[in-house]
Ligand binder design. Structure first.
Ligand code: PLP
Length: 456
C-alpha cells in the first residue's frame, strides 16, 4: 500500500477552542507579538514545539499507575535504567527532569572560562548552559543552504573540527558534542559515517564525545532510509550503533522519549558520573529519580520501546514530509528536505522584502497565528542574534520559522489546514510588516521578548 497510516487509533480526545481573526489580533497584541506569551487555550493548532507535547500511549498511561514512588531505589528507576542501557550501552544513567538539567550538570563540571565546546549546531539551551559556565560554544555545521537537497545536512564539518582542535589545543576542548537530529540546523539527520568520523577524531585526540540524543530514533530512521548498507538493519540496532561511538549523551525524553517531561545524562566515565550525581543531588534530586516522579520514569522506559517501532517512525517521518510536500507544491520556500520533527519555512525567501534587522521570521510567526490560530516559533535572529559593541544587530546565519509537529497528536486534516493557512499568508507576503524588539532579557531572549510591528 502507498498510504502510510497513523499506526494508532484515538481513544481519548481534547477539545479544540476556536477563535476569530479579530480576537486573535487582540490576543497577539496583548502578548506583545510573542506567541510564547499566548495562552494555549487561545491557540488552535500548536506547532510551537514537539517537546513534551507527545500523546502518550495507553501502555504508558497504565505504566504510570504502576510507578513505585519510593524516594530511593525505586523499581521504576531500574526499569528506566534498563531501557536506557539497552539502547545506549552506557554504564551510568542519571535521570533529570528534562534535557537542559543534564546539560547544566555536565557543563557545570566540564565547562569554564577558556574552554571550547564544539557541536554540529548547539541547541539554544545547550549553548546557554555552556556560556553560563564561562566556556565558549562553537557551531561547526556543514552550512548547506536551505534550498539545497542533501541526505545528511545535519552532519558536522569534520575538517573544521580537526582544524579547531589544532588551533585551540585538545586540552581546551573538554567534550565534543553532536546533536542528532540537528534541531537548530533544521531537524536534519546526521549520518552514521559522520558520527563515526567525529568519534575517530575525538578518540585520536583523547577528547570525550557526547551525543545530544534528543531525537536519536528519528535520526536512526533517516539512516535506515538514506544511508547505504542500513536498509535492512533494524532501527534499534542502528540506534545502538550510533551510541556505540560515543562516550555519553544528554537526552531530553520530551522528544524521542515520547513523554511530557523527563531526560537523562548517561556516560561511561566513572569519575564524571560520580561528580554528576553529586551535582544532581544538590540541584535536582536523588540519583534514582533526579527531579521526576518515579512514575515518569515508567513512562520513559515504555516510550523508549515505542519510539523505535518502525511503523511509528515511518509514519512520523512521512507525516512531517507530507506537510513539507504540500507547501513546496504551492511554491512556499522551505528547508529541503524536510527534517524529522518539523517543517522549517525559509523566512529570508518567504519575506524577502524584510531585512534581517526587522526579524522576518517573527513577522511570519505572528501572521500564522493571526490568520489561522497556528502557533510556530522563529529560529533566526530573534533566537540567535547578538549585538556588536555599537549595539548593531549581528544577525543569525539563517532566518527560519519552525512548524514543529507534536508526536501522535494531530491528524492529517489538521495538517491540511496548516498547509492552507501557510499558503494564504504566503500569497499575501508583501503585506508582512517588519518587527522591532521593545523588551528583551539578557539570555534566551526569544522566550520573553516583547515586539511591535513597524508601521509601513
Ligand atoms: C529540547 C532540546 C534540548 C533541551 O531539552 P529540554 O528537555 O527542553 O530541557 C537540548 N538539545 C536539543 C537538541 C533539544 O531539542
Amino acid at each position: 500500500m502507498k498510504t502510510i497510516i497513523e499506526p494508532f487509533k484515538i481513544k481519548m480526545v481534547e477539545q479544540l477552542r476556536f477563535t476569530t481573526v479579530e480576537e486573535r489580533k487582540q490576543l497577539l497584541e496583548a502578548a506583545y507579538y510573542n506567541p510564547f506569551l499566548l495562552r494555549s487555550d487561545d491557540v488552535l493548532i500548536d506547532l510551537l514545539t514537539d517537546s513534551g507535547t507527545t500523546a502518550m500511549s495507553a501502555k504508558q498511561w497504565s505504566a504510570l499507575i504502576d510507578g513505585d514512588e519510593a524516594y530511593a531505589g525505586s523499581r521504576s528507576y531500574y526499569k528506566f535504567e534498563d531501557a536506557v542501557k539497552d539502547i545506549t550501552g552506557f554504564k551510568h544513567v542519571i535521570p533529570t527532569h528534562q534535557g537542559r538539567a543534564a546539560e547544566k550538570i555536565i557543563f557545570s563540571i566540564l565547562g569554564q572560562e577558556g574552554k571550547i565546546i564544539p557541536n554540529n549546531t548547539h541547541f539554544d539551551t545547550t549553548r546557554a548552559n555552556i556560556e553560563v559556565s564561562g566556556a565558549e560554544a562553537v557551531d561547526l555545521p556543514l552550512g548547506i543552504k536551505p534550498e539545497v537537497l542533501a541526505d545528511f545536512k545535519g552532519n558536522m564539518d569534520t575538517e573544521a573540527l580537526a582544524e579547531l582542535i589544532k588551533r585551540v589545543g585538545r586540552e581546551n576542548i573538554p567534550v565534543i558534542m553532536l546533536t542528532v537530529t540537528n534541531n537548530t540546523g533544521g531537524g536534519q539527520p546526521v549520518s552514521m559515517a559522520n558520527i563515526r568520523a567525529v568519534s575517530e577524531i575525538a578518540r585520536a585526540n583523547g577528547i570525550p564525545f557526547y551525543l545530544d540524543a534528543c531525537r536519536f530514533a528519528e535520526n536512526a530512521m533517516f539512516i535506515k532510509l538514506r544511508e547505504p548498507g542500513y536498509a535492512d538493519v533494524p532501527v534499534k540496532k542502528i540506534a545502538q550503533e550510533m551510541f556505540s561511538y560515543a562516550d555519553g549523551c544528554t537526552m531530553s525524553a520530551k522528544k524521542d522519549g515520547l513523554v511530557n517531561t523527563g531526560g537523562f545524562l548517561a556516560m561511561n566515565d566513572d569519575a564524571l558520573a560520580m561528580n554528576s550525581r553529586n551535582v544532581l543531588i544538590v540541584t535536582e534530586g536523588f540519583t534514582t529519580y533526579g527531579g521526576l516522579a518515579r512514575r515518569d520514569l515508567e513512562a520513559i522506559a515504555r516510550g523508549l520501546v515505542e519510539v523505535l517501532e518502525e511503523p511509528y517512525l515511518e509514519y512520523r517521518l512521512r507525516s512531517v514530509q507530507y506537510l513539507g510536500d504540500a507547501l513546496e507544491a504551492q511554491g512556499v520556500p522551505i528547508m529541503r528536505p524536510t527534517g524529522g520533527h518539523a517543517v522549517y519555512l525559509d523566512a529570508k525567501r518567504f519575506a524577502s522584502h524584510l531585512p534581517q534587522e526587522q526579524y522576518p521570521g517573527q513577522s511570519i510567526v505572528c501572521a500564522l497565528y493571526e490568520h489561522g490560530g497556528i502557533r510556530s516559533v522563529e529560529i533566526g535572529s530573534v533566537m540567535f542574534g547578538k549585538y556588536d559593541t555599537r549595539g548593531a544587530l549581528i544577525p543569525s546565519q539563517m532566518e527560519l520559522v519552525r512548524l514543529a509537529i507534536p508526536r501522535r497528536v494531530y491528524t492529517q486534516s489538521h495538517i491540511d489546514y496548516v498547509a492552507e493557512v501557510v499558503c494564504e499568508v504566503f500569497a499575501k507576503r508583501e503585506a508582512l510588516p517588519g518587527m522591532r524588539i521593545t523588551y528583551e532579557a539578557p539570555v534566551l531572549r526569544h522566550f520573553t521578548a516583547h515586539f511591535e510591528r513597524i508601521a509601513g
